[in-house]
Design a protein around this ligand. Structure first.
Ligand code: DGL
Length: 269
């Protein structure tokens, strides 16, 4: 029956962060097929040069789109989205949705000041500074770039406990100074409870997950519904660390074991 066919949706990130976006999309669209590719060989994206990041994302995403017959792509990574979207949209004929830091809603909510917690690269990007310039409404925006925080989320998704003292130390620059904090890296909603505990319950935490899910829902068209449902496949560009522990946690998210999707011909670039 044609009505039971579904689209193939791809989520892409450097690591497990995109799962926070997947969670919101899956909540709205539970019956679709999901493919998740993480470029752990290029991780952490927050420390990569712009050129390398562009090249890796473009190569990986365009290859998997062809190979898995994808209908819609979500770049579930702020660090990548702030630079790769124009190129990818030119290369692909399917919708490409990106995730950028939720500066605008955060500044609308804030009474005094906002903290932007993101990767070091996102903090530096002109795109981010334009968002702040255009939407901060004269509220002070404190910037905090941290790869350590991304690492903590990666470890949490392998079953490791979060070191709250380390977390307090990392969040020190925004602690007590802001009433709204933007989780400007998709890894950070995976640490929402812990970050809330450190910053205090009075601080509102904002991320882009729900808005992205709504955007995806609005872009899914009947033409995309052409695949047999039931696919939840996850791929990595190289062997993930603590793979067994990761697979165990991923099965709770409804995914099969991590499969390999290495960069095609990347060494020949
Ligand atoms: N999850 C990514 C983001 O939203 C990037 C993390 C990293 O690899 O540095 O920015």
């Amino acid at each position: 029956m044609v009505s039971s066919l579904v689209p193939n949706i791809l989520l892409f990130d450097s690591g497990v962060g995109g799962l926070s976006v997947y969670r919101e999309i899956h909540r709205l669209l539970p019956n679709h097929n999901y493919f998740y590719l993480f470029d752990n060989e290029g991780y952490p994206y927050g420390e990569l040069s712009q050129q390398e990041l562009l090249s890796r994302v473009e190569t990986l995403v365009t290859s998997i789109v062809t190979e898995m017959d994808i209908d819609l792509v979500v770049i579930a990574c702020n660090t990548a989205s702030t630079i790769v979207l124009p190129t990818l949209r030119k290369k692909l004929s399917i919708p490409v949705v990106g995730v950028v830091p939720a500066i605008k809603p955060a500044c609308n909510l804030a009474r005094k000041s906002v903290g932007l917690i993101a990767t070091p690269a996102t903090i530096r990007r002109p795109y981010t500074h334009e968002l702040i310039r255009d939407f901060s409404c004269n509220k002070e925006v404190y910037l905090l770039g941290s790869t350590e925080l991304v690492d903590i989320a990666e470890h949490k998704l392998r079953g490791d406990s979060v070191d709250m003292e380390q977390l307090s130390h990392i969040l020190q620059p925004v602690r007590g100074r802001v009433d709204v904090a933007v989780l400007g890296c998709t890894h950070f909603p995976l640490l929402r409870g812990e970050i809330q505990q450190v910053l205090g319950n009075e601080v509102v935490l904002v991320d882009s997950g729900k808005a992205i899910a709504k955007r995806v829902e609005s872009l899914v068209s009947p033409l995309m519904c052409r695949h047999i449902p039931g696919k939840h496949r996850i791929f990595s560009s190289t062997f993930p660390f603590k793979e067994k522990a990761l697979n165990q946690i991923l099965s709770g998210w409804g995914f099969n074991r991590v499969e390999r999707f290495p960069i095609p011909d990347f060494s020949d670039r």
